[in-house]
Structures are given as structure tokens and as C-alpha cells.
Design a protein around this ligand. Structure first.
Ligand SMILES: C[S@@+](CC[C@H](N)C(=O)[O-])C[C@H]1O[C@@H](n2cnc3c(N)ncnc32)[C@H](O)[C@@H]1O
Length: 219
């Protein structure tokens, strides 16, 4: 996999996959986008309901930025975070990412997220456990009615249409608990229609800079 490290407009790094010519985050700001879409509109929204524990599934662990921001966001409620990734990045790449520096946060936690072996689970902090699955989402068996929140962070439908089929979305629908939700940066019309066909209520919060709106789909 050919990856190029680039700096986005908020000073945080992202990666460009030069084979499909797509970036892991918005070039307007990687941290800004992840915080807005996944943390504020996903996790923050869910915390309003005062859950006693939260199960999160991330599709596309990539740089680990979403997991890191989730770990840093709060220390009151236990989060069990499952991350699936088909093409893990190497230590050479993740050790160059500047998220700890830009956030002024503990870099050890970021390293630990990456150092945990694939197909293992561990408590990274007292309130955040991580389980890492190496494989393609299409081929991984998912439990039914399990996750409170899915961070759907695949490459875009133009670059990776196989990640946005109604068949795959249906599997995600099954793994989400009733009342749980899926958040993503993509708000394409066909994607919204497919979510509605599957019985989701589609909410369209405003997007981060460079994006008009995003999707929160509630089961
Ligand atoms: C847009 S990037 C986002 C990565 C990550 N969330 C981050 O913040 O860095 C999409 C990620 O999905 C991964 N991916 C691509 N195809 C996949 C598949 N079939 N199953 C699971 N992950 C996949 C890519 O390798 C990449 O890491």
C-alpha cells in the first residue's frame, strides 16, 4: 500500500493512499473533521442519553485518530471500542503522526492503540478498552444488536463503492442496537435512501469545513 504523509489545514497529519488517490481525512483538517463527525455528532450526542457503558464499532481504524479522540474525550463512562481494519499501517508510519503533539495529549496512549496486536483486546485506560480485528468488514462476522454507535469511516463511495452497498449497510444495521446509531462524513443521496430502506431514521447535522452536512442514522 503506497501512503504519503500530508499536513492538513488544522496542522494535523493525514495519509493519502496514492493507489486510489484518496485521503484518510479531510484536507481542511483531520482532527477538526474527526472531532466534528465522530466525536461531537456521534459520541457526544450519545452521551446526552447518559448510558452506563458504550460499545463502539469503527470501520477503518487507519491512523487510529478516531479511537484516540474517543479515548481522550471523557473518563466517566466505560467505552468498549472495536476497530476493524483491512490494511493496517506500519509502525514507521504511525510513529510519525503528530496527533499527540497537536492535541497536547499523552502520546503513550496513541502508541498503545497501535501496539496492541491484531485479534487481541486490552484495557488501554480504566475506562477505554480496545479490540482490534484485522480483516475486511465484508468478511467479518458481526454480533446482532450489539453496538451503540458505529463510526463508519471508509473511503468515499466513488473510490470504494463496495463499502457502500445496501448489503453491507444491512449487516451494519443488524449489528447496531435498537436506538443505536451510525455516523459518517458521507451524505450521498443514494446512501441516505439505502439507510431509510433499511429502517434507519436519517439525521443530517451540519458538516465540518468543506462539507455541507453529514449523516447520523438512528436504528
Ligand atoms: C478514510 S480511511 C479512515 C481511517 C481511520 N478512520 C482514520 O481516522 O485514520 C479508510 C480506512 O478503511 C480501511 N479499509 C479499506 N477497505 C476496508 C475494508 N474492506 N474493511 C475494513 N477496512 C477497510 C482503509 O485501509 C483505511 O484505513
Amino acid at each position: 500500500m503506497a501512503l504519503q504523509l500530508i499536513t492538513t489545514k488544522d496542522g494535523s497529519h493525514t495519509l493519502r493512499n496514492t493507489e486510489i488517490n484518496d485521503t484518510y481525512h479531510s484536507i481542511h483538517g483531520a482532527i477538526q473533521e474527526s472531532r466534528h463527525v465522530f466525536i461531537n455528532e456521534g459520541l457526544g450526542h450519545l452521551l446526552n442519553e447518559s448510558p452506563s457503558k458504550i460499545d463502539i464499532l469503527e470501520v477503518g481504524f487507519g491512523t487510529g485518530l478516531n479511537a484516540y479522540l474517543t479515548l481522550l474525550f471523557q473518563d466517566q463512562i466505560r467505552i468498549e471500542y472495536t476497530a476493524i481494519e483491512a490494511f493496517p499501517i506500519s509502525e514507521d508510519i504511525y510513529s510519525q503522526l503528530n496527533y499527540g503533539i497537536v492535541l497536547g495529549a499523552d502520546r503513550d496512549h496513541f502508541q498503545k492503540l497501535h501496539q496492541l496486536n491484531w485479534h487481541q483486546s486490552a484495557d488501554i485506560t480504566d475506562w477505554f478498552s480496545l479490540s482490534k480485528i484485522h480483516g475486511r468488514i465484508e468478511q467479518i462476522e458481526l454480533p446482532s444488536d450489539h453496538f451503540d454507535l458505529v463510526y463508519y469511516d471508509a473511503f468515499g463511495p466513488e473510490k470504494q463503492p463496495e463499502m457502500w452497498t445496501i448489503a453491507l449497510l444491512e449487516r451494519l444495521a443488524i449489528t447496531i442496537k435498537p436506538g443505536g446509531s451510525l455516523v459518517t462524513y458521507c451524505s450521498k443521496g443514494q446512501f441516505q435512501r439505502d439507510l431509510k430502506t433499511l429502517g434507519f431514521r436519517v439525521e443530517l447535522p451540519p458538516g465540518p469545513p468543506g462539507k455541507f452536512e453529514i449523516v447520523r442514522a438512528v436504528k
